[in-house]
Ligand binder design. Structure first.
Ligand code: UD1
Ligand code: CA
Length: 475
């Protein structure tokens, strides 16, 4: 039976004190909402509805960026759609808006708070399962955090079924003190039962909101049972309402990812000082130095050294590479390449096997051939470079004429002397030699020498004569 996830992301997120949607805040390079949507997808949900409201356009843009639009969603299954909750009347109202949009829903419906980034796909799969055989009308994920303040408190019957959930603001002092099991904001319902009863939720409470947790009592009164699953590790169920919680969950997510990488054979000099996104991979025997950020879809091979002080976004690095103090964005690095310290590799950079990019080098939209070297202080843009090339220190491709970008083509085994300007469009043939400090504006044939600089003058004995003149005050 197909299952649906409804992700609630319309809230104002007032406690974040932000100009952005709460769920747009970034955890290890990925928007909070995407952590939840990805968990729902990995947990086996067949369609996902994101309820947007506050900063709706921003959240919609994130969803369409990551999962495509409704019409153009062939790269990602399940389909993810956004539904707008125009007035924020509470979590039950948000669910009602989603159900209205879906029409009739049968099969399990998992409802997830959008601010629950550490929820695991296995838990979601378990929740789908819990209502799929209709033995329970609903299931609620609970946890026992060290500080339950702010969470809805779960009152359980002897048999472990859920009696009701009381929001913090509606608790008596005694309930707040004694009910330590909390509602994590992840529920599963039988779709038909949910649709039949969601309209019964009222708003007679401290916040005058339609609370989704009130479904528990409504279903019980209708003779249904509601089961609960308690998180083995309460951290999975923590929500984010403030910047402090954002920082806390970022650290937890970081630890979870780095621990699992260590389990797979990755060395960290200090696992608290490396921030690796959930969609990154790192091969065994790779060493991650402190202050390393791996973001988006970044993949590191085996036996590499990455960092310190490096940020790699959507970048792939093959085996046996060393990338030190480098920023790389959408870059492909093949086997045995060394980069840095202090290189800036911009989108479209492709470093072929054994290439070397040294210190204070910037490369953009260029292919650097096998074993080619750009060791010091260079800018290479819009260039196709063959293998075995050596680019002398301080050499630059002048790819921009103020209006257009132009390409530079460098053949195999070319030697470019230091401080060379290559004014594009220009091409340098295989095996050519360029004298240091040349400004190259014309194509160089294969095997030729190109030299563009004025002749050097020698004036014998000049230095001593000048010094004498200076001392006499003549100069
Ligand atoms: C909610 C639960 C609480 C639980 C806690 C877990 C309710 C009433 N309370 O409280 O029992 O312990 O989560 O973290 O559900 N949202 C909408 N539309 C709205 C209101 C909220 O889409 O009208 C979304 C928010 O964007 C958020 C989620 O629902 O992602 C939860 O709302 P939030 O205000 O954070 O609820 P809590 O007070 O944390
Ligand atoms: Ca919350």
């Amino acid at each position: 039976m197909p299952s649906t996830a409804i992700v609630l992301a319309a809230g104002e997120g007032t406690r974040m004190k932000s100009n952005h949607a709460k769920v747009a805040h970034i955890i290890l390079g990925k928007e909070m909402i995407c952590w939840v949507v990805d968990a729902a997808a990995a947990g086996g949900c067949d369609q996902i509805v994101v309820v947007v409201g506050s900063h709706a356009d921003e959240v919609r843009a994130i969803i369409s960026d990551h999962y495509g639009t409704q019409a153009n969603n062939d790269s990602f299954t399940p389909q993810v759609i956004c539904v707008e909750q125009k007035e924020r009347l509470g979590t039950a109202h948000a669910v009602r808006v989603a159900l209205d949009e879906l029409g009739s829903v049968s099969g399990p419906v998992v409802v997830l708070n959008g601010d629950l980034p550490l929820i695991e796909s296995a838990t979601i799969a378990q929740f789908v399962e819990a209502v799929a055989d209709k033995s329970h009308a609903a299931a609620v994920l609970t946890m026992v955090p060290p500080d339950p303040f702010g969470y809805g408190r779960v009152e359980l019957a002897e048999d472990g079924s859920v009696l009701r959930i009381i929001e913090q603001k509606d608790c008596t002092a005694e309930q707040a003190a004694t009910l330590t099991e909390c509602n994590a904001g992840c529920y599963a319902f039988d779709g038909e039962t949910l649709t039949a009863h969601i309209g019964e939720v009222g708003c007679n409470n401290a916040q005058s909101e339609y609370y989704l947790p009130d479904m528990v009592q409504i279903l019980r009164n209708a003779g249904e049972t509601i089961t609960s699953v308690c998180c083995k590790d309460y951290r999975e169920g923590l929500g984010i309402n403030s910047r402090a919680q954002l920082a806390e969950l970022t650290a937890l997510a970081r630890d979870r990812i780095n621990l699992s990488l260590m389990d797979e054979g990755v060395t960290f000099l200090d696992p608290t000082q490396a921030w690796i996104g959930p969609d990154c991979t790192v091969g065994r025997d790779t060493i991650i130095w402190p202050q390393t950020h791996l973001i988006g879809s970044t993949h590191i091979g085996e036996d590499c050294q990455i960092g310190p002080n490096s940020r790699l976004t959507d970048t792939s690095v093959a085996d046996n590479c060393k990338v030190e103090e480098t920023v790389a964005l959408s870059v492909c690095i093949e086997e045995g390449v060394t980069v840095g310290p202090r290189a800036y590799l911009r989108p479209g950079t492709h470093l072929l096997a054994g290439a070397h990019v040294g210190t204070h080098v910037e490369i953009k939209n260029s292919t650097i051939g096998e074993g080619s070297k750009i060791p010091h202080l260079s800018y290479i843009g819009d260039t196709t470079m063959g293998s075995g090339v050596n680019i002398g220190a301080g050499s630059i491709t002048c790819n921009y004429d103020g209006v257009h970008k132009h390409r530079t083509t460098i053949g195999n085994d070319v030697f470019v002397g230091s401080d060379t300007m290559m004014v594009a469009p220009v091409s340098i043939g295989d095996g050519a030699l360029v004298g240091a400090s040349s400004c190259i504006t014309k194509d160089i044939p294969a095997g030729a020498l190109a030299l563009e600089r004025s002749n050097q003058r020698i004036v014998e004995g000049y230095a001593a004569k000048r010094l004498e003149r200076l001392k006499k005050g003549q100069e």
